[in-house]
Design a protein around this ligand. Structure first.
Ligand code: WTA
Length: 667
């Protein structure tokens, strides 16, 4: 495993962090998890009776059409099963559960479009929409167990599409609208999807961006014969290409469909969704989640981490294309009967005060976003006082959240002061696509906060830091983050690749523990966790996961130009990490203007192969890459070059030291 690539300056400032922010007495008093004693008691309940406690929570928090009798099945470790013989439906647990109760007319979703237009739907209306869409899916011959690919903008319809799949027992796989046709095609093939749900266009920052055209391109690349239907939401008035017999608009598909649809009850282990994410090797992996365990954790973490109360207006800014948008937009808030904001646009349009203006407009009480967004809005607010959060009335806020990457203490303090008015607890939630929901996080009415630390594991989560042999290591020493015992919302397998699942997450030397892929350290005094960054070849750019190998493969697939490429991350003040690519061309090494031009050509190529989020910020050219005499690329050296550091490593074994000067030059 390579060493962490997380920002070293950020880690240093975290290590000397000694400010502590305990919750106010009033916050403690009002919270669901009230004070550390209650947190401890919840943890102890799991220590005393692990399965019994999970079973109780699953019975109390989910509606089962057939009650389970088995809680945890460990017969085929690490392929754990939870509540295996129980049956339920995820959509029924998010919608039907509330309809016929006093909250049926409560607003489920406040949708704000890119242009500021607002649409609201109640629980009752959402159930009707989801049911009608579910019937439309069935009319297309889509059934339980089929995989449906969703490539949608942030809209009520995006959430409806996911919920409708869940309602009929189809497994959805949402692909973020920023991914390329090639990425889409790979995911369609890997999942064996039978249908694509998309929109003609999406609106972002006042611009109309195509979605359907990208779907057409993906389907035209070959290998997608499994796709029989494409359903198209007309987000804008602009026409798009429609293929007769295959493509239908939502209006066509919904015509004549009833707004009542009986939910298909599925086994608790039935795959609710597959979500592709980057790993350290090869192509993205389809993380498969199970219905029962996943939904339980989505529901519980809404209560525990966000302390969701009946009058809260919850806003998670994540796109439904990422896990955060699954758990804390499409499922969690609905399962908990909350009111949430769904936002189509971008934080900087029409100006960088958009988030703050929206909090004021909708009186948001809980706000959950990524450190990258915070850092860019700090920059914007410092440059232009008109978009500073002080310009908006943020007094409705009571809890703030952070997710996706380590939050540096400077950004934490700004968030605390200028957004939270020094009164809102910040929950720095550590988790992953694979964990389904939060695993290490403060609880707003209990945990004393330390900037830059995700603090303590949630009750039931046996997070620990171990050495390479799986042995516990003392607080204060960095190591490998693991979760020792299974938990209900954990990844079940990698779709179609159980061997890769075992190898990636349960390596033999780690005693059967779940390997998160992050490094971490616990503080000597409180035992608080701090995540120090990935220990594999996964980069985190603006909270988006990208594999270095994926980007390398994209670069070398430009076979007319590129001979060899190596990609590393380097710290970036705004995006957390930035992608730095070292490239050897098949022609002579370019310099000056030509180098800039080729670098741009390669950036656009990567955007086409993967998506714009994977564009290397920095591309450097050399006659060769630094290699050892046995031909191994010296990645540690590349990381130093990427950071612009003086080379202190021993380079005596280096085959071709002259390339170091070449590769130190940016283009
Ligand atoms: C990183 C996003 C530090 C980490 C929910 C993890 C974090 C990866 C935090 C998962 C946090 C996420 N502090 N690092 N609060 N949250 N990460 O799958 O490296 O997109 O392994 O899930 O993001 O990214 P993913």
């Amino acid at each position: 495993m390579s060493s962490s690539t997380a920002s070293s300056s950020a880690i240093e400032s975290v290590l000397v962090e000694n400010r502590v922010f305990p919750p106010s007495a009033a916050t403690v008093k009002a919270a669901r998890v009230s004070g550390m004693a209650q947190y401890q008691a919840m943890c102890e309940a799991f220590d005393k009776d692990f399965e019994g406690t999970w079973a109780r929570l699953a019975r109390e928090n989910l509606v089962w059409s057939k009650p389970f009798t088995k809680t945890l099945s460990q017969g085929s470790k690490p392929f754990y099963k939870w509540f295996e013989d129980g049956e339920l439906n995820a959509s029924a647990n998010c919608l039907d559960k509330h309809v016929g109760t006093p909250i049926e007319n409560k607003t489920a979703i406040i949708f704000e479009a890119d242009d500021g237009a607002v649409t609201k739907v109640s629980y009752k209306e959402l159930l009707a929409k989801v049911s009608q869409f579910a019937n439309a899916l069935k009319a297309q011959g889509i059934k339980k167990g089929d995989r449906v690919l969703i490539y949608m903008p942030m809209t009520i319809e995006g959430v409806v599409a996911m919920q409708a799949c869940a309602r009929i027992g189809a497994t959805h796989s949402v692909v973020f609208g920023g991914f390329s046709a090639k990425s889409l095609q790979e995911r369609i093939i890997d999942a064996g999807a039978v249908a694509v749900i998309t929109a003609n266009y999406q609106m972002r920052g006042g611009r109309e961006l195509p979605l359907k055209a990208i779907v057409d391109e993906a389907l035209g690349m070959g290998g997608c014969d499994s796709i029989k239907t494409v359903l198209v939401y007309q987000r804008t008035a602009t026409a798009c290409n429609m293929v007769a017999g295959r493509d239908k608009t939502f209006t066509e598909a919904l015509a004549g469909q009833s707004t009542v649809c009986k939910p298909e009850q599925v086994g608790a282990e039935h795959p609710l969704f597959i979500l592709y994410t980057s790993g350290s090797t090869g192509k993205p992996k389809g993380v498969q989640h199970a219905t029962g365990g996943y939904l339980l954790w989505a529901r519980l973490t809404m209560d525990w981490t966000f302390d969701l109360q009946p009058n809260d207006i919850f806003w998670c800014t994540a796109d439904i294309g990422w896990i955060t948008g699954h758990t804390y937009v499409a499922y969690g808030p609905l399962a908990a009967g909350g009111t949430q904001i769904v936002f189509e646009g971008v934080p900087t349009y029409p100006n960088a005060g958009r988030f703050w203006q929206m909090i004021e407009k909708h009186k948001a009480t809980i706000f959950y976003t990524a450190p990258t967004a915070i850092r860019s809005l700090i920059k914007a607010a410092e440059a232009d006082e008109k978009v500073h959060p002080a310009r908006s009335n943020l007094s409705s806020l009571r809890i703030l959240g952070s997710v996706g990457e380590p939050i540096n203490p400077e950004a934490w303090m700004w968030y605390h002061k200028h957004v939270g008015g020094e009164r809102c607890p910040i929950v720095d939630t550590f988790w992953q696509t694979e964990t389904g929901g939060h695993v290490i996080t403060p609880l707003p009415g209990a945990t004393p906060l330390v900037p830059g630390s995700c603090t303590l594991p949630l009750p039931g989560i046996s997070a620990a830091i171990v050495d390479e042999m799986g042995n516990d290591i003392p607080n204060g020493t960095g190591g490998i983050l693991v979760i020792k015992k299974p938990w209900p919302s954990m990844i079940r397998t990698i779709w179609g690749d159980p061997e890769r699942f075992k190898k990636s997450y349960f390596p033999e030397e780690l005693k059967g523990y779940y390997l998160a892929g992050d490094g971490a350290v616990r503080s000597a005094d409180r035992g608080y966790f701090r995540i120090t960054g990935r220990i594999d070849d996964v980069l985190n750019v603006s909270g988006h996961r990208l594999g270095t190998m994926e980007i390398e493969s994209a670069l070398v697939s430009k076979t007319d130009l590129v001979a060899e490429a190596a990609v590393v991350g380097r710290p970036d003040d705004l995006t957390g990490e930035a992608i730095c690519a070292f490239v050897v061309l098949k022609r002579s090494r370019p310099t000056g203007e030509e180098a800039k031009q080729i670098a741009n050509e390669l950036r656009n190529w990567v955007a086409k192969e993967i998506g714009p989020i994977a564009k290397p910020k920095d591309i450097r050219f050399g006659d060769n890459l630094p290699k050892t005499r046995s031909g191994k690329i010296m990645r540690r050296l590349l990381r130093s070059l990427a950071k612009g550091e003086a080379i202190t490593q021993d380079i005596t074994t280096l085959e071709n030291p002259a390339v170091l000067d070449q590769l130190a030059q940016t283009n």
